[in-house]
Design a protein around this ligand. Structure first.
Ligand code: SOE
Length: 385
């Protein structure tokens, strides 16, 4: 039997993302052949009682309330950061300095300056690193990337993306605290731009190259909310909605929209790209399907086809069930772990690395500045892998 190598994982945080990541580490080596086997070693969170309950449910061996001890522990190989955005930089830099592999939830950081320090730290330490822009690894989204790279679309003219939700419409919702830190600018850094549009920007730049200039309009519909920690009514500093136009380096045009005020939409992530010969569209609500239109088809049968991405020849699907049977949202995280583990064996770096996530951060920061100043802004974003 092939000798497998164990990788002890420390998870910092146990919220929604702690769950998706724990599931991914568990399932990845079972469904895919990897030389490395992640071990759910330590769960770190401030609330011991809740951390213990999470650890027991998911099979972590240990619980630690102080993340600094976890990062310093010689037993830990990988530090995975799933806490609010304002803690990413400090933990990631400490983990890199301690020689650990570091994974962090998106967005990479609160802002570009922090992101640059994180990139410098992982580069200096020479440690493998990745940011969880998971939607790249939905098989249909990965297939779209392969089709685009094959040149089937020809010259690209347009890319449009939306990420719509409706969960913050009530003015009774507080800011800060476990479920609502995303509304607190001090914890999140921004609103929909960093939380939702960042996903669209990552996928868009992965498919279509760097976004060079942006022109945005941001809005905060509810200007004050009670803060969970102070109990006081405080100004809201996040963007509730954001729309922006952009230029891509390849000459194509982009338009992006995100809001948490689109009544009826819970997680409507839609992205479409139009080329000279063909177009592709994908919708999170129908995540195992890829819409494809090819102008080269014979005219009497030409039209949008809906590709059911479940065939063994399509990305990742050969390791799942049998053709025709689909997989879900959670497998985007599983595939991210698989690719990360395989990169450790092959030595071939896979994205999105911290450096890639920094490019998305640059676009987000330019979008927020553009919304504030009502002016076009350069992003200085570079190509991703
Ligand atoms: C916000 O509601 C959220 O959970 C984001 O934080 C995730 O990144 C996104 O995938 C789904 O929506």
């Amino acid at each position: 039997m092939k000798q497998k190598k164990k990788l002890n994982v420390a998870m910092i945080g146990y919220g929604f993302m702690g769950k998706t990541h724990s599931d991914a580490f568990t399932l990845a080596p079972k469904m895919f052949d990897t030389d490395y086997i992640p071990v759910l070693h330590t769960l770190s969170a401030r609330n011991r009682e809740k951390a213990e309950a999470f650890a027991e449910r998911w099979g972590y061996h240990a619980v630690e309330t102080d993340w600094r001890k976890v990062v310093a522990s010689p037993e830990i190989d990988v530090v995975d950061i799933c806490v609010p955005n304002n803690m990413h930089a400090e933990i990631a830099i400490a983990a890199a300095e301690a020689g650990k592999m570091v994974l962090t939830e998106k967005p990479l950081a609160m802002n570009v300056a922090e992101g640059e320090r994180m990139v410098a730290a992982v580069k200096k330490a020479g440690v493998p690193n990745m940011t969880w822009y998971n939607y790249r690894r939905i098989p249909a989204v990965t297939l779209a990337k392969q089709i685009i790279d094959s040149g089937k679309l020809g010259k690209i003219f347009h890319l449009r993306a939306q990420f719509l939700q409706d969960w913050t419409i009530s003015s009774d919702l507080p800011q800060g605290g476990p479920g609502t830190w995303r509304l607190d600018v001090g914890a999140a850094g921004s609103g929909v731009t960093g939380d939702l549009l960042a996903h669209c920007i990552d996928t868009a730049m992965w498919w279509n190259g760097p976004i060079t200039k942006v022109c945005a309009r941001t809005e905060t519909f509810i200007k004050e909310r009670t803060h969970v920690e102070s109990g006081k009514t405080q100004p809201v500093g996040i963007d509730d909605a954001c729309v922006f136009l952009c230029d891509f380096e390849n000459g194509s045009l982009g338009n992006f929209e995100s809001t948490r005020y689109a009544r009826g939409h819970k997680a409507k992530y839609f992205i479409e790209i139009n080329g000279e010969h063909a177009s592709i569209a994908w919708d999170l609500h129908d995540l195992h399907r890829l819409a494809y239109f090819d102008h080269a088809d014979e005219s009497i049968v030409r039209g949008w086809r809906s590709i059911h991405v479940t065939d063994g020849d399509q990305p990742y699907m050969g390791n799942w069930w049998v053709p025709g049977l689909s997989v879900g949202y959670e497998t985007s995280f599983t595939h991210q772990v698989v690719d990360f583990l395989q990169s450790l064996t092959s030595g071939k770096v896979v994205g999105p690395t911290f450096e890639d996530a920094l490019q998305t951060q640059r676009v987000c920061e330019a979008v927020l500045a553009s919304g504030r100043d009502r002016a076009w802004k350069d992003t200085n974003a570079k190509a991703m892998i």
